[in-house]
Write a protein that binds this ligand. Structure first.
Ligand code: GLN
Length: 550
């Protein structure tokens, strides 16, 4: 029988302290102690989903197997625990309000007044509990920072859950910040005290504090925080800065975080020892990341290069693949929209990536980068938009079809080598159809779909499987009915397709050391321990190139 415990993670003082990583790390530790764990996120903003948010606002849109467009923290959960998130694990305030207002419009409340309490709070509680019966621990991260005006209904809902289930089945963890003031030579606790007071206003007494800090916490400061925040010093845990994020779980464990969580739920941690296998694998992983044998340079030619979170999963997939190859990656981010000379920026690269993206801005420089990779035998990985542009590049520069384009950028092009997906079979067997007049909002092909691989291809060698499952987020595709034959004459072969043969999933250049472009997003399924086959194979070929050159 599952324990059915609920852990709520809130954040204080400011954002970007690593609430998602703290939740993911705790999830990983509890799992490594043999518990069954589920991880969820509640976001406070009024967007119904993050699909339409600019990557500059909240970073990348993470896509789950079932096609949910979600916050990037779900990526951390999956990478740290292997737990596969679904629609049930992500909810925004916007979606709650949308559902409530739609129900109200249909007369669903029988004339009663619709209010934050109970209607919004009940919706939040339904989300918290839905399909969690089989889990020992459900970790729920509340977005934003305590004190955010939108957060009130969420704090109220979790307060009610505590009242209903009691402390034996619920735990409040609060992540806060202790600024180090150099002139005083000490860590300051006042912002934390205020943040905990804000929580108390909402009726929530945190059970454990995670304190982000630059220097270790001594006994005196732990005692001071404990005194002011009504807890035992043992439950004041340091969250020290780490060299790489994969050190978080073991660092937290060294601070007894997981033991204190067990203690809270009346579980003796000695009865649930950390798995040796897990310890060893994570130990090797962080060593491989921090002490690589050699280094290579990978250039990513993208659009949202200034904000590290905009390509979060891509960054992590590269790190994983580097660790697998025991090679350190110097990743250079080239902004295709702003660069004056893209070739100068990619020169010296051992591998080039053109990632996913939307809209026409910056595409010409990406096409130049692809041409450079193709002509100079530099390992190339194109992802989603990167694949579409690789096709356009070959048609323009090998076949001389100067108008070759995507109808996304030029709806009236004479050579639509990339065009709107007209029809595809959904996983439930139903058909989805598109015309150019179909409403674009929420009409992407989203989520995991199968893809059959051609034997002997780079992709098949990497995956060593005949059929793979990968996640998608796109609206346009290779216009294979019209252009496949011509593409193959250019050496650009289709090596992955939907099982019914209609959608092109992978293209490769035959006469190249490693040129693979995929319509899906492999980065969403990369795991730190195993890496992703395509990324591992790409980094391997980039490493070989560098070794051969020197
Ligand atoms: N804009 C392209 C499309 O809609 C590619 C999308 C992507 O790279 N995620 O198909």
């Amino acid at each position: 029988m599952a324990l059915n415990n609920y852990i709520f993670v809130t954040g204080g003082v400011m954002s970007s302290l690593g609430k998602g990583l703290a939740s993911a790390s705790l999830g990983a530790l509890l799992q490594a102690r043999g518990f069954k764990v589920c991880l969820r996120k509640l976001d406070l903003y009024l967007n119904v989903d993050p699909g339409t948010l600019s990557p500059y606002q909240h970073g990348e849109v993470f896509v789950t197997d079932d096609g949910t467009e979600a916050d990037l923290d779900l990526g951390h959960y999956e990478r740290f625990t292997g737990y596969r998130t679904t629609k049930a694990d992500y909810l925004s305030a916007g979606e709650i309000y949308e559902n409530i207002i739609l129900t109200e419009r249909k007369g669903g409340y029988n004339g009663s007044t619709v209010q934050v309490i109970p209607h919004v709070t009940d919706a939040i509680k339904r989300f918290i509990f839905a399909s969690t019966e089989s889990f020992d621990f459900t970790l729920i991260e509340i977005g934003g920072t305590v004190g955010d005006i939108e957060g009130a209904p969420f704090l109220e809902a979790i307060r009610q859950v505590r009242n209903e289930l009691g402390a034996a089945h619920t735990m409040f963890i609060h992540l806060t910040y202790l600024p180090y003031v150099k002139t005083a030579g000490e860590l300051k606790t006042k912002p934390t005290q205020h943040s905990v007071k804000d929580l108390l206003h909402a009726g929530i007494q945190p059970d454990l504090l995670l304190c982000r800090c630059e220097i270790p916490l001594d006994v005196a400061i732990r005692s001071k925080i404990a005194l002011f925040c009504n807890m035992t010093p043992d439950n004041v845990i340091a969250a020290l800065d780490v060299r790489n994020i994969y050190r978080c779980p073991t660092n937290y464990s060294r601070e007894y975080f997981d033991e204190r969580v067990c203690h809270h739920f009346n579980l003796d941690y000695r009865d649930f020892p950390l798995s040796k296998d897990w310890n060893q694998k994570w130990g090797e992983l962080v060593e491989n990341i921090d002490n690589p044998r050699s280094r290579i340079t990978i250039v990513v030619v993208g659009k949202y290069t200034e904000l590290p979170d905009a390509y979060k999963s891509l960054r992590e997939a590269l790190t994983h693949a580097g660790a697998q190859n025991q090679v350190g990656l110097d990743v250079r981010w080239c902004n295709s929209e702003q660069t004056e000379d893209v070739i100068a920026e990619i020169r010296g690269a051992d591998g080039i990536i053109v990632p996913g993206g939307f809209g026409a801005r910056g595409i010409e420089n990406k096409i130049k980068a692809i041409q450079y990779a193709r002509e100079n035998d530099i390992p190339f990985l194109g992802i989603c938009l990167g694949m579409q542009l690789a096709i356009i590049e070959s048609f323009r520069n090998i076949a001389g079809v100067k108008d070759a384009n995507s109808t996304e950028f030029d709806p009236d092009t004479n050579a639509p080598v990339i065009s709107l997906i007209s029809e595809w079979t959904k996983n439930d067997g139903s058909k989805e159809r598109r015309t150019k007049d179909t409403n674009l909002g929420g009409t992407l092909r989203l989520g995991q779909y199968p893809c059959d691989l051609v034997k002997g291809s780079f992709a098949h060698k990497a995956y060593q499987q005949d059929t793979i499952q990968e996640r998608h987020r796109h609206r346009y595709e290779f216009n294979a009915p019209k252009y496949k034959e011509q593409a193959e004459q250019l050496g650009l072969v289709v090596t992955g397709s939907s099982p019914d043969g209609t959608l092109t999933e992978i293209i490769e250049h035959k006469n190249h050391p490693w040129f693979v472009a995929v319509q899906f997003h492999p980065e969403f399924k990369s795991t730190p321990i195993d890496g992703h086959p395509l990324f591992v194979s790409f980094i391997k070929s980039a490493t070989t190139r560098k070794a051969n050159a020197s």
